[in-house]
Design a binder for this molecule. Structure first.
Ligand code: SF4
Ligand code: ZN
Ligand code: ZN
Length: 309
C-alpha cells in the first residue's frame, strides 16, 4: 500500500497514513516544509523575530533546521535557545547534540541553565517540592523562555509541539474534565502582548507527527538525542498517548481530525477574559490571584527549604 512516492513514482521511503500517501526522501522534505509554512501562514503569521527553543530531541531539532531553512520565505529572524535542565546524562547528551547542530547551522544562540535562575537543577527542585517532575520542569521552562525572549526583544518563541503531543494533551484534558486546559492551551499561534511582558508562541509542527519529525531529522542528517528523560517515567501523558494506537488503527485520520476539531471549536468559543497581571516579584505575567507567579513561588519555596535543611 502506498509503496510509491505520490509525486515522482520512485519507491516510497515513508508512508503518511493519515494522508494515504507515500513519499521518497526528496518529496517528503518538500511536504514537511510545506506543512510548516502552511500551518503558520493559514493562522495569520506574517513574520518577526523568533526564538526557537531547542531541547536536543528530534522535534525541536527538526524545527530549528526547518525554520532556519525557511527563514526568508517566512520573513523571520531566528535565534536558538537551549535550557540546560541539569538532568544528569540526559542533559549532557542533549546539550552536546544541540551544540553540534548549532555549529553546523552557524546561527545565533543562547544556552542557559535552570540552576542560574532557580538556584537548583530540575531533579533537585522536584525533590524539594514533591510535585510531578514534568509540571515543575514545564513551568520553569516556560518562565525562562519568556524571560530570555522578552529581554532579547523576540516577538515569538517557537516550540516543537507535535501532533502526538497536542492531541494527547487535549484528550487528557477531556478525560479529566480540565476543560480550561483546552480553552487556554496550545494554539498554533499565540500573539505577543508586550505590554504584559508576554512573548508570543508558535507551534509550527502541530500537524506533524513524531514519526515525521524523526524522519525529517534522518533524511537531513540532523543530530538529535535519542534518550528518554529519566524523569518522564510514569508521566501520565505518556500513558494517554498509547490510546491513539487503537484509534489510529480504526481511522488513520482520527488524531489529525480530533486536533483540528478542537482547534476550530476553540476559535469559535468566546474566551473568558482572564486577568493577566505582572508578578509582584519578577514582573513577568501571571494569572495568580495573589499576584505572585508559579515560578517565583517555587523559587521562594526552594530557598526556604534549602535554608531549613
Ligand atoms: Fe522536563 Fe518532563 Fe520533559 Fe523530562 S520529560 S525534560 S522532566 S518536561
Ligand atoms: Zn518522489
Ligand atoms: Zn514571578
Amino acid at each position: 500500500m502506498y509503496r510509491k512516492c505520490v509525486v515522482c513514482g520512485k519507491r516510497a521511503s515513508i508512508v503518511i497514513e493519515r494522508a494515504r500517501v507515500g513519499f521518497c526522501e526528496e518529496h517528503f522534505i518538500e511536504y514537511y516544509e510545506r506543512i510548516i509554512k502552511r500551518t503558520l501562514k493559514r493562522n495569520g503569521f506574517s513574520g518577526g523575530r523568533v526564538l526557537v527553543a531547542v531541547s536536543g530531541g528530534k522535534d525541536s531539532m527538526a524545527l530549528l533546521y526547518a525554520l532556519n531553512k525557511l527563514k526568508d520565505d517566512l520573513g523571520i529572524e531566528i535565534m536558538a535557545l537551549h535550557i540546560d535542565l541539569g538532568i544528569d546524562n540526559y542533559s549532557i547528551e542533549s546539550r552536546r547534540a544541540v551544540e553540534k547542530l548549532l555549529k553546523e547551522l552557524d546561527i545565533k544562540y543562547i544556552i542557559v541553565s535552570v540552576k542560574d535562575y532557580l538556584g537548583v537543577s530540575i531533579p533537585e527542585a522536584v525533590k524539594f517540592v514533591r510535585k510531578p517532575p514534568c509540571s515543575v520542569c514545564g513551568l520553569v521552562k516556560r518562565w525562562i523562555m519568556n524571560k530570555v525572549a522578552y529581554e532579547n526583544n523576540y516577538d515569538y518563541i517557537a516550540t516543537g509541539h507535535n501532533l502526538d503531543d497536542v492531541s494527547t494533551y487535549f484528550l487528557k484534558a477531556m478525560f479529566t474534565y480540565r476543560y480550561e486546559d483546552i480553552v487556554r492551551g496550545n494554539e498554533v499561534i499565540s500573539p505577543p502582548k508586550p505590554e504584559l511582558k508576554m512573548v508570543g508562541r508558535l507551534r509550527p509542527q502541530i500537524f506533524l507527527t513524531e514519526k515525521e519529525n524523526l524522519f525529517y531529522c534522518e533524511v537531513n542528517g540532523v543530530p538529535y538525542v535519542d534518550l528518554e528523560c529519566p524523569l518522564s517515567r510514569g508521566a501520565l501523558l505518556k500513558k494517554y498517548k498509547t490510546l491513539w494506537e487503537t484509534a489510529l488503527k480504526l481511522n488513520p485520520m482520527s488524531q489529525y481530525n480530533f486536533t483540528r476539531s478542537i482547534l476550530s471549536i476553540k476559535k469559535k468559543i468566546q474566551q473568558e477574559e482572564i486577568e493577566i497581571k505582572p508578578c509582584k516579584i519578577c514582573g513577568f505575567p501571571t494569572t495568580a490571584s495573589d499576584g505572585v507567579c508559579s515560578f517565583c513561588k517555587l523559587r521562594e519555596k526552594i530557598k526556604i527549604m534549602k535554608k531549613n535543611k
